[in-house]
Ligand binder design. Structure first.
Ligand code: NOJ
Length: 536
């Protein structure tokens, strides 16, 4: 059933981390042929689209978010022909295809940066990046005190004495978006992939492209770095709000000009979409990115951090919904991604993870699922020496980084490397991963996988779900979140440690995240850490 005429407004989008999805050529690294092999599985989930984290040519110092050629596929993943085949086969399976685009920085292996390193200070080649002389008597001090988000200074010095800016790894020089050449090159890249048939882009660090006051020191760069890591609890919410609401390198107003340009390009094509990644404060500023002449969707980070607490969930959900409604954009919901701890590990319980997932799937807008989430997969663990994330490497293991959520998927409990690859995988899998193998979960009616499939199946067909229809929060006792969607759905989540009873008018139970829900004579009996969907 079409609930509106733009597919992306309530789409269920499955994020693939290609290196860890499925390895078809036996080198221990996932690849495009592996994604093609996995299409029947993906289509069986009931999703609308797949989003692939970057697959472009890259030295891979940051999980391929360091791009050396944005218009070519890295040989590790395959070839351009494989990408074309994937797009064609995904479309034949009824799935849209979204690629990542990384406009904040290139890899230092990109031909532009190679040219810049050979060129003189002040040259046109250096003007594509942020090159500055240093401070101090002989320029030996960084041009400002900003930190890289991956720890250490945000500046690296070339042998000729100039410094270049990199908000991430030193091999990820930031691009200078004041330079028209940068705009022209990205237009070329957008068109290249749109012409090849992809349906949209996820825009990496979409809030970061424009920098201001580059030569001014920040008041507390170390705390700011902590505040920008969404998976740390080293800063308080108040500190995060304070620091994020005033950042020289993120969420500058000038960034919106870029997305207005891009939207014009997208509008030349049919049915394409964009989703921006932006960690901004206050969150009301997210709406700026999805004004009608800018991006289509924007992620919010609230649900990646949310606690299993009815009041906090209600506050975040109603805030995001109402803020985005001011510009007519659909909200998006993501409980996991390749940068944050997996939900089950974060909440410490499969029951809570399922209950939060069921509640989230009933919210209006678009739903993102990160590979393995549907299996109830926990984070992997590994020694520091096995870690590949530049965060772990740059901090020498003081910060373990994001590898835990990037461990290759288990496909079969009985095959070597759980059927992911015939070769040792690039990150070690946990011995417990066999319990979450796709093959086993497919045939277990109680599995997380079958729970997700049923959730998405009902979401697709129920007239109240997906879409952007009205949501009304109901008054309920502390620890309980209840809302209605029209027509005909009541959702109740119990985030407390005990069962609760609630008087409520409905017809019957449609779906539940656990066991033991009872609904008789207008009385709902809901066990601890459980969500229920009721037909009204
Ligand atoms: C956000 C991406 O999701 C993350 O994986 C990456 O390290 C940074 N941007 C830098 O590109």
């Amino acid at each position: 059933m079409m609930k509106h005429d733009s597919w992306w407004r309530d789409a269920v989008i499955y994020q693939i981390y290609p290196r860890s999805f499925r390895d078809a050529n036996g080198d221990g690294e996932g690849d495009l042929a592996g994604v093609i092999e996995g299409l029947p599985y993906l289509a069986s989930l009931g999703i609308d689209a797949i989003w692939l984290s970057p697959i472009y040519r890259s030295p891979n110092n940051d999980g391929f978010y360091d791009v050396a050629d944005p218009r070519d596929i890295d040989p590790l993943f395959g070839t351009l022909a494989d990408a074309e085949l994937l797009i064609k086969e995904a479309h034949a399976a009824g799935l849209k295809v979204i690629f990542d685009i990384i406009p904040n920085h290139f890899s230092s292996d990109h031909i532009w940066f190679q040219e810049a390193m050979r060129a003189a200070p002040g040259s046109a080649a250096r003007a594509r990046f942020h090159f500055y002389d240093g401070r101090g008597e002989s320029g030996e001090l960084t041009p400002n005190n900003w930190n890289s988000l991956f720890t250490g200074p945000a500046w690296t010095r070339l042998p000729d004495g100039q410094w270049y800016l990199h908000l991430f790894d030193s091999s990820q020089p930031d691009l200078n978006w004041d330079n028209p050449e940068v705009h022209a090159d990205f237009e070329k890249t957008l068109r290249f992939w749109l012409d090849l048939g992809i349906d949209g882009f996820r825009i990496d660090v979409s809030h970061g492209l424009v920098k201001e006051d580059i030569l001014v020191d920040h008041r507390d760069p170390d705390l700011l770095t902590k505040a920008l890591r969404i998976d740390t609890t080293d800063v308080t919410a108040e500190q995060r709000a304070d620091l994020l609401s005033d950042m020289p390198f993120f969420d500058r107003d000038g960034v919106h000009e870029i997305y207005r340009e891009w939207r014009k390009i997208f509008n030349e094509y049919k049915d394409r979409m964009t989703v921006g990644e932006a960690f901004v404060y206050p969150t009301s500023r997210l709406a700026n990115y999805v004004r009608p002449d800018e991006l289509h969707q924007i992620f919010n980070f609230d649900f990646l951090l949310i606690e299993w607490d009815a009041a906090k969930i209600r506050e975040a959900a109603s805030r995001v919904i109402s803020e985005l409604a001011t510009v007519g954009a659909p909200p998006t919901w993501a409980l996991n991604n390749h940068d944050s701890p997996r939900l089950v590990s974060r909440l410490g319980s499969l029951a809570k993870a399922r209950a939060l997932a069921l509640l989230t799937a009933a919210l209006p807008g678009s739903l993102y699922i990160y590979q393995g989430e549907e299996l109830g997969l926990p984070d992997g663990d590994m020694p520091v020496s096995a870690r590949k994330d530049p965060i772990a490497i740059r901090s020498k293991g003081a910060d373990l980084g994001r590898d835990g959520c990037r461990v290759p998927l288990p496909w079969s409990a009985h095959q070597p490397h759980f059927g992911f690859s015939s070769h040792t995988p690039w990150l070690p899998q946990m011995s417990s991963y066999g319990d979450y193998a796709i093959e086993s979960e497919v045939s277990d009616p109680e599995s997380s996988l079958n729970f997700y499939k049923k959730t998405l199946e009902i979401r697709k067909h129920h007239p109240a779900l997906g879409g952007e229809g009205q949501i009304t929060f109901l008054e309920s006792e502390p620890g309980v979140l209840a809302f209605t969607r029209v027509p005909g759905l009541v959702v109740v989540a119990n985030t407390t440690d005990g069962s609760i009873q609630m008087k409520l008018e409905a017809q019957s139970i449609l779906h539940q995240s656990g066991h033991g829900v009872n609904y008789v004579a207008d009385l709902l009996d809901l066990p601890a850490h459980t969500t229920v969907w009721l037909q009204r």
